[in-house]
Structures are given as structure tokens and as C-alpha cells.
Design a protein around this ligand. Structure first.
Ligand SMILES: *Cc1c(COP(=O)(O)O)cnc(C)c1O
Length: 481
């Protein structure tokens, strides 16, 4: 780009004395601050004219890659297209200008949305009741584990202090268990990527509070042994927790509640139409099966006759600020209503079809450690031919040159060169074919001209950053010179 502003830091555009504002002359007089509160040196803010500021930030925003720019096949995170109508509805003043503490009779419609979303999630998952209070998936996990602990304690069963987590689990699972004060016990996966039930049997005893499972798991595989696992886990007095981050491929097709799960969370920002990445806002509703409703956190919205009310139980669990991220709930409810009962059933099969199409089209050049049908995502273990030393990181960087975001890389940890691809349901065949062609081209370059892949990206505003240095010694302030 032939633009002198492009790629510069705002401090480098600064000229002493230049301003982007003009204020009327001060007619109020100066207020004397106590000496210890006054600044002795200038703040060293950049000084720029307004157009420079506008262009600088507009150019910066163009450096972001998002689902609105291009294909974003990030596995485990479901970076799917979220219809703009959901944003429009959630931005309506009827929803944005209400206050959490205003009298409930003045916001009955908003409470109806909240209540109906709770009910819709129950119907979609086969669980009895939901709280929308948690702010993210990990927050939902913590809430779910607190519910499970409260359940065991209510039965005088105080020694259950361990949680079983598969070795393929998302990192938040063991982290949430640890934050909840529970000990993590790892259950192994078999060679086919599913839970090793024989190993699980050796772990079950009266100190186990729960097992946390993701289904389809982080390899995109539907766990076939769930009925058996449910029987074993319930048999030892523990509960089944379902990590619902991968609910997308099952929407309207099958339900965790019918499989024997007792408690689960949903990531509204993955499955139900809130753009995510960049840290939020998200929402991690938690649902429980019949018999566990009394352990859900409050406040909650209930329906009394045809009036909606907010009730709070001071005794029970409290997990967040009031009723959660309401506008995220509005988007989720809009998404569910616009698809409706009939079309919500298409989400899972289409996502599954797209994933299998990519997998089958590329498995002759990329190593596929686990063969067979996947659900919404699958994992390659780098290139089939690794002889030229091109790594998964190199491929991820090279994809940027062609306008594709990288898949999730180096997760799950089961494979050294993991590359986890999730195309989601909305992508056109042309986009997916373009991705496949590019992946084939990169594989070809890796064989014939590996340096071009190893030194990628060539078209991005910055090349490769030193991840370690950026994490260990981040420079968070900038000063000219
Ligand atoms: C994203 C994800 C989580 C955590 O959800 P957050 O909303 O990011 O906290 C947990 N488990 C799996 C499988 C996930 O993909």
C-alpha cells in the first residue's frame, strides 16, 4: 500500500502542537488540585490532526482478520458466520437502554426474551433448566462444577474431590476444575481418539465428583461409548458434565440430556450467533437435568402466571454480575427463532459435510492420524511428507498470504503437528474449494520450494512475531524515540 501512514505507530505520526480538537475558551477558572495530584511533566500523548487519527485507526482496523474478511477455519472455536440481523435486533434501544435494577413490570418483554431463551436451550439440549448468568464457556464450566459440588454436599457426600478429564480436553476443563478446588485426574484416549473406557473403569471410585466430556470431542469424533460411560459414572455416584462448546454439529439432531449428561454449558458465542475472538462479550449458559434445578445460581427469571419476575436466593450459588450478558442472549434467541425448529436441524449436518469434504480432499497430502467419518471438525498432523522440514506453523503463516485464516494449530496436544480444521455450515462450495486448492498448493510448495513457506507470510503487514518474547517481555507502552 502506497500510503505513508500505513504501518506506522500513532506516536510516529505525532507533530508537536498539532491538535484534532478545538475547545471554547475556559470561562470557569482553574481548579487548584492538591500538589501531590498534579502532573509535573506532560503526558507525552501523540499530537495529530483529525484526519491523520481517523486514517490511522481505519487502516489499523483493516489489519484484523475476521469472518467478515475471509474463511476462518479455526477448530474447537466455531468461528462461524453470525447473521447481521441478530446484531441489529440486539442493538435496538428496547434492549440496550434498560437497567438491570428497573422495576420488572417495566421490562416484561426483555424478561420474556430471557425466559424463552432459557426454555429454548432446555428443549435443544434435553435438560430441565438453564441459567444464563455465566459470561463464557470457562465460566460455565466453573459454575457447573460448583453445582456438582453443591449436589454432592447436599447428600452429605463430602469426599468427592476429583474430576476426570480426558487427555484430549480443552485446556479450560482442567483449569476450571482446579479453580473450583477439585483435583484433576486424566483419562486416556485410545488410538482411535475416543475415550479409553477400560482406563476410565480403573479411575472410578467414591472420590470422583464428575467426568467432564466434550462430544463430539476435540478431534471432531462422536464418542460412541457414552451410554456405557454414563452407566459407569452414575454407578459410582458421580455426575456427567458436558462441555457444550462442540454443540454446533448436534443442533436439533441429538441432545446431551438424552445421552445421560447431568450438567452442561453452552457457548452462545460459538453455537448461537455472537461473534467471538478478541475476548468477548460471550455467554456460557449452564443447564441441569431434572432434580438438580435447586442448585442453579440466582438471580433468575421465572414466569408467574403471565408475569415475568426476577428471583434471588441469597443462600445458593452466585457466579456473575446479575443476569449475565443480556445482549448476547438476545442474539442467541433471534438466531434460534430465525432458523426455527426445521432449519436448525440443517446446521449440524452441513458443518459435518463441509468438514468431511475438506478432510477427504486433502488427506493424500496431509497426514490424517484418525481415519473415518468426523463431525464438524477434524485434525491433520502436518504434511504427509515432512522431509523438507515445513511445519504446521509455516503452513499457518503461508495461508495468510492467500487470504485465509489459519486453522487451530498445535491443539489438541495428542499430535505434534496438529492442525484442527472446522469449516462450519455457512461456507459456500467455492470458498471451501478455494481453501482446498490453496492447501494443496502449499503442500506442493513445501515439496518444491520449501523456503517460500518457511519464510511466510510475505503479504501481511508484519511478518512473524517472536511469540516467546511477546509473551515474556511485552512492550505495552510506546514512546517516541
Ligand atoms: C472454547 C472452548 C471452551 C471455553 O469456552 P470460552 O467461552 O472460551 O471460555 C471450552 N471447551 C471447548 C471444547 C472449547 O472449544
Amino acid at each position: 500500500m502506497n500510503n505513508k501512514l500505513y504501518g506506522k505507530l500513532i506516536f510516529e505520526l505525532s507533530h508537536e502542537g498539532r491538535k484534532a480538537y478545538s475547545l471554547p475558551e475556559n470561562t470557569f477558572g482553574e481548579y487548584e488540585l492538591p500538589d501531590e495530584m498534579t502532573r509535573k511533566t506532560d503526558m507525552q500523548l501523540p499530537e495529530c490532526d483529525e484526519l491523520t487519527v481517523v486514517r490511522h485507526y481505519t487502516n489499523l482496523s483493516g489489519n484484523n482478520f475476521g469472518v467478515d474478511n475471509g474463511f476462518y477455519p479455526l477448530g474447537s472455536c466455531t468461528m462461524k458466520y453470525n447473521p447481521y440481523i441478530d446484531e441489529e435486533i440486539a442493538a435496538r434501544p428496547e434492549f440496550t437502554s434498560i437497567h438491570p435494577a428497573q422495576p420488572t413490570e417495566t421490562c416484561q418483554s426483555a424478561l420474556a426474551v430471557y425466559y424463552n431463551l432459557q426454555k429454548s436451550l432446555s428443549e435443544l439440549t434435553g435438560l430441565s433448566e438453564f441459567t444464563l448468568n455465566p459470561f463464557a464457556g470457562a465460566h460455565g464450566e466453573l459454575t457447573g462444577l460448583m453445582i456438582i459440588r453443591a449436589y454432592h454436599e447436599s447428600r452429605g457426600d463430602g469426599k468427592r474431590n476429583k474430576v476426570i478429564v480426558p487427555d484430549s480436553a480443552h485446556g479450560t476443563n482442567p483449569a476450571s476444575a482446579a479453580v473450583c478446588g477439585l483435583e484433576v485426574v486424566e483419562v486416556k484416549s485410545k488410538h482411535d481418539g475416543t475415550i479409553d473406557v477400560e482406563h476410565l473403569k480403573t479411575l472410578l471410585d467414591d472420590t470422583i465428583a464428575a467426568i467432564m466430556m466434550t462430544n463430539p470431542n476435540t478431534l471432531g469424533l462422536f464418542e460412541p461409548a457414552i451410554p456405557e460411560i454414563a452407566e459407569l459414572v452414575h454407578g459410582c455416584g458421580a455426575l456427567l458434565y458436558y462441555d457444550g462448546a462442540n454443540l454446533n454439529p448436534m443442533l436439533g439432531v441429538c441432545r446431551p440430556g438424552d445421552m445421560g449428561f447431568d450438567v452442561m454449558h453452552i457457548n452462545l458465542h460459538k453455537t448461537f450467533s455472537t461473534p467471538h475472538g478478541g475476548g468477548g462479550p460471550g455467554s456460557g449458559p449452564v443447564g441441569v437435568r431434572k432434580g438438580l434445578e435447586q442448585f442453579l445460581p440466582t438471580p433468575k427469571v421465572v414466569k408467574n402466571g403471565d408475569k415475568y419476575e426476577i428471583i434471588t436466593n441469597d443462600e445458593g450459588i452466585h457466579v456473575g454480575a446479575f443476569l449475565g450478558n443480556f445482549c448476547v442472549d438476545v442474539k442467541a434467541y433471534t438466531y434460534i427463532l430465525t432458523l426455527g425448529k426445521e432449519y436448525i436441524k440443517s446446521v449440524g449436518p452441513l458443518a459435518t459435510l463441509n468438514a468431511n469434504y475438506i478432510k477427504e480432499s486433502l488427506k493424500d497430502v496431509y497426514e490424517l492420524p484418525i481415519e473415518g467419518l468426523c463431525k464438524h471438525e477434524f485434525v491433520f498432523n502436518g504434511l504427509k511428507d515432512k522431509s523438507t522440514g515445513v511445519t504446521t506453523m509455516d503452513i499457518a503463516k503461508r495461508l495468510l498470504d492467500f487470504g485465509f485464516h489459519a486453522p487451530t494449530i498445535y491443539f489438541p496436544l495428542l499430535f505434534h503437528e496438529a492442525m484442527m480444521i472446522e469449516p462450519t455450515e455457512n461456507e459456500s462450495k467455492e470458498t471451501i474449494d478455494g481453501f482446498i486448492a490453496t492447501m494443496r498448493q502449499i503442500a506442493n510448495e513445501a515439496a518444491t520450494n520449501p523456503d517460500i513457506v518457511k519464510s511466510a507470510p510475505h503479504n501481511a503487514p508484519i511478518g512473524r512475531v517472536d511469540d516467546v518474547l511477546a509473551a515474556k517481555h511485552p512492550i505495552l507502552t510506546y514512546q517516541k524515540g
